[in-house]
Write a protein that binds this ligand. Sequence first.
Ligand SMILES: [Zn+2]
Length: 129
Amino acid sequence: MNGRRAKERRRILRERNAQLLTEIRTAEARYLEPWGKAFETWRKGPALLFLPTIGDDYPPDLKQAVAVRREAAFTGRCPCGLEVRISPVGVYEVRHGRECPANWGVFQALAEAAGVTADHQGMLETYGR
Ligand SMILES: [Zn+2]
């Protein structure tokens, strides 16, 4: 592949991603169905969201982490300086700061400590785009 063609491909990809992010940001979130015991799926424009649910029996720190994670998925914003992007294969990724309670590693540790299985990556996927 020559340099000009590679550059053109990157430009097309960048434009596709910017378009997807706009569609996701502006779309209304629609609840779909439960996903295992501790997650549920939502659709937000072209993105499918896997979100943890808040269990009544969760300790306060886990409830807080779930609430922050859900809010960030719905709004695309988080006080931690959330990074939102479309990966090269078209997966909508929401990455929280390392110290954020909604950071996947922090969230998973809180869930494990509470005896909750949090084995889903909680990624948001876009279909076929
Ligand atoms: Zn965050």
